[in-house]
Design a protein around this ligand. Sequence first.
Ligand SMILES: Nc1ncnc2c1ncn2[C@@H]1O[C@H](COP(=O)(O)OP(=O)(O)OP(=O)(O)O)[C@@H](O)[C@H]1O
Ligand SMILES: [Mg+2]
Length: 244
Amino acid sequence: MTDLIRVEGLSVFYGASAQAVEDVSFTVAPAAVVALLGANGAGKSSIMKAIAGLVRAEGAVTFDGERIDGLPARERVRRGIVYVPEGREIVGDLTVRENLVLGGYNATAQDRRTRLDMVLELFPEIANKANGGAWRLSGGEQQMLAIGRGLMAAPRLLLLDEPSLGLAPLLVRRVFDRLASIRGERELAILLVEQNLRMTMRLANEIHFLRGGRLIGHKRADELKDEAARQEAVDAYLGVAAAE
Ligand SMILES: Nc1ncnc2c1ncn2[C@@H]1O[C@H](COP(=O)(O)OP(=O)(O)OP(=O)(O)O)[C@@H](O)[C@H]1O
Ligand SMILES: [Mg+2]
């Protein structure tokens, strides 16, 4: 019972025939970072959405020792499961600060203030622009805002869907370093979806490889320390999929 989340036999269907995820099982320990790696269409976002309660799925999802797969999305958020979607979905018409406040809608005013200060301290790039329209932010700053908004809900499990999408490598590194630091400070577990192994290695303790909706391999980060091992994993698990 030491897992924060346990996913067992998860399948996701869209419509009657299209199966996006097939019999996927994995766990995330408290404060761990687990990554799902796979090419476009492998089923990564579908797994995240199923855990967040945003798509219909089969299988068992146990969070903190309790089954949650029957619960509505908002109840899962209340329990500490927060999804940061790919493509960010910030509200451009609102200010940066208003976007962040939205993320903490179920907190007390006091907690909201504390968390807002924490997020603005974590991402000074957006702190400078807190009172301006969110539509003015650059792509990288929007990503910081999206993650910051997720943190406003005080998650215990953050579901991060391709946070590196469209970001320069230097910026990805910065965002990942910030995430590593908050994860050290609080009891925060992260399920991270990525396509790039090298970037993922900066943050993840374990990596699951996904192809065609199925898990096809698993590595601990310490097994991928040297370049040859990383290349071997890319060839075995990602290379073929990427070439397809
Ligand atoms: N709403 C939907 N309706 C029908 N099919 C869908 C829907 N969303 C996803 N799919 C299909 O399910 C499969 C998995 O999609 P998913 O978005 O989970 O992949 P992904 O690994 O997140 O890909 P990407 O890296 O491009 O974001 C794909 O074949 C996709 O076309
Ligand atoms: Mg996706």
